[in-house]
Design a protein around this ligand. Structure first.
Ligand SMILES: C[C@@](CO)(OP(=O)(O)O)[C@H](O)COP(=O)(O)OP(=O)(O)OC[C@H]1O[C@@H](n2ccc(N)nc2=O)[C@H](O)[C@@H]1O
Ligand SMILES: Nc1ncnc2c1ncn2[C@@H]1O[C@H](COP(=O)(O)OP(=O)(O)O)[C@@H](O)[C@H]1O
Length: 284
C-alpha cells in the first residue's frame, strides 16, 4: 500500500508586524490563506527512514523539514518502523509561500495515517511548533488569523472562492534578512476586521504586507514585478510573507485566465484559487 498526500502553499493576505520580541523574533498579526499550489509526498514501506527529495533544497539532506519531522515522529511514536517518503516539489523555494512548512505538515499527517499512529492534531502541533512557526497552520489550512510568531491560530470564516495568480520573481529573499531590514513605519495594525467578520468578496479584499519596504530595500527590482501584476487590473495585489512571491486576485476566473495568458512565457506564473483545507490524501 502507498499513501499520497498533497500539501498546499499559503499566502499572507494581510501581514502586520507588531514589534520586535526579546527572542529575536517579530510579533506578527497575519491573515493566512491556503491556495491551490501543491507539493506532494508519497509514503511506502521501507526498512528504515528514507527520503527521496529533489537536490538543492537544503545543504544537507538531513536538514530537509520532511526528514526532520519524520525523524522526530518515528523516534517518538513508531521506533520499530521504516518508511520511504518521496517528495515532489512545485511550490517555489524560499518565496514566502511556506513550501517547507507545507512539506513538513504533509510528512506529519502522512506518517500519522500511513503508520496508523493516529495522534490527535494537538500532538502533531507539538512537533510542528518545534520545527517552525507556520507548520501548525499548514496542518490545518484554509483561512486563519495567526498571532505571535505565526503559531497562535484563530479560525476565521472561509473566504469565497477567489481566482488569482502568483508571480515568482527570478530571485529569492531570505526571511531572516527581510526581518533584519524591517523598520517600523506608520500604523502598526493594518485593518483586517473584514476577514474576521467574514465580509470578504471580490469587491472587498484588503491586502497589506508590512515587510514590503524591507523586501524592496533588499531587492530593488521587486516593485517592477508588482507593477507587472498590477498592469493586469487585479482587484488586489501584494507580496506573500517575506517574499519574493507576489500574488494578485481577479473578479472572476475568465479575467484571471486572460491575465495569465498575457504573462505566461515571460514570467514564472502559477494560477491559484483559494481553498479551505491544506491537504488531500489518497491511498492505493
Ligand atoms: C514571513 C512569514 C509570515 O508567514 O512567512 P514566510 O515568508 O516564511 O512564508 C513567517 O513569519 C516566517 O516565519 P518562519 O518560517 O518561522 O521564519 P524562519 O525562517 O524560522 O525565520 C528566520 C529568521 O527570521 C526572523 N523572524 C522570523 C519570523 C518572525 N516572526 N520574526 C522574525 O524576526 C528571525 O530572526 C528568524 O531567526
Ligand atoms: N522541504 C523543504 N522545502 C523547502 N524548503 C525547505 C524544506 N526543508 C527545509 N527547507 C528550508 O527552508 C527554507 C525556506 O523555504 P520555504 O519554506 O520554501 O520558503 P518560505 O519560508 O519563504 O516560505 C529553504 O531555504 C530551505 O533551506
Amino acid at each position: 500500500m502507498t499513501l499520497r498526500i498533497s500539501s498546499a502553499a499559503k499566502i499572507n493576505l494581510v501581514l502586520s508586524v507588531l514589534g520586535k520580541r526579546r527572542d529575536d523574533y517579530h510579533e506578527l498579526r497575519t491573515i493566512l490563506q491556503s491556495v491551490s499550489l501543491y507539493d506532494t509526498l508519497e509514503f511506502a514501506r521501507a526498512e528504515r527512514l528514507e527520503i527521496d527529495a529533489p537536490a538543492g533544497i537544503t545543504e544537507q539532506p538531513e536538514q530537509n523539514l520532511v526528514y526532520r519531522a519524520a525523524e522526530i515522529f518515528l523516534q517518538k511514536y513508531a521506533p520499530a518502523q521504516g518508511v520511504k517518503i518521496t517528495l515532489t516539489k512545485k511550490i517555489p523555494l524560499a518565496a514566502g509561500l511556506a513550501g517547507g512548512s507545507a512539506d513538513c505538515a504533509g510528512a506529519l499527517l502522512g506518517l500519522n495515517k500511513f503508520l496508523a499512529v493516529n495522534l490527535p492534531l494537538a500532538e502533531l502541533d507539538k512537533i510542528a511548533n518545534q520545527l517552525g512557526s507556520d507548520i501548525a497552520y499548514c496542518l490545518r489550512g484554509g483561512a486563519y488569523l495567526a498571532l505571535g510568531r505565526g503559531e497562535m491560530l484563530r479560525k476565521i470564516p472561509e473566504l469565497p472562492r477567489l481566482y488569482g495568480l502568483i508571480l515568482k520573481p527570478p530571485f529569492a529573499l531570505s526571511t531572516a534578512e527581510v526581518y533584519r531590514a524591517y523598520r517600523p513605519a506608520g500604523v502598526k495594525i493594518f485593518a483586517d476586521d473584514a476577514y474576521i467578520e467574514g465580509k470578504i468578496s471580490p469587491e472587498n479584499l484588503p491586502t497589506h504586507n508590512a515587510l514590503w519596504p524591507a523586501a524592496g530595500a533588499l531587492q530593488p527590482e521587486l516593485p517592477a514585478y508588482r507593477q507587472i501584476l498590477k498592469a493586469t487590473n487585479p482587484i488586489a495585489c501584494s507580496m506573500s510573507g517575506s517574499g519574493a512571491a507576489l500574488f494578485a486576485f481577479y473578479n472572476d476566473k475568465i479575467t484571471r485566465d486572460k491575465a495569465a495568458v498575457s504573462l505566461y512565457g515571460r514570467y514564472e506564473i502559477y494560477p491559484i484559487e483559494t481553498i479551505n483545507s491544506a491537504q488531500t490524501i489518497s491511498e492505493n
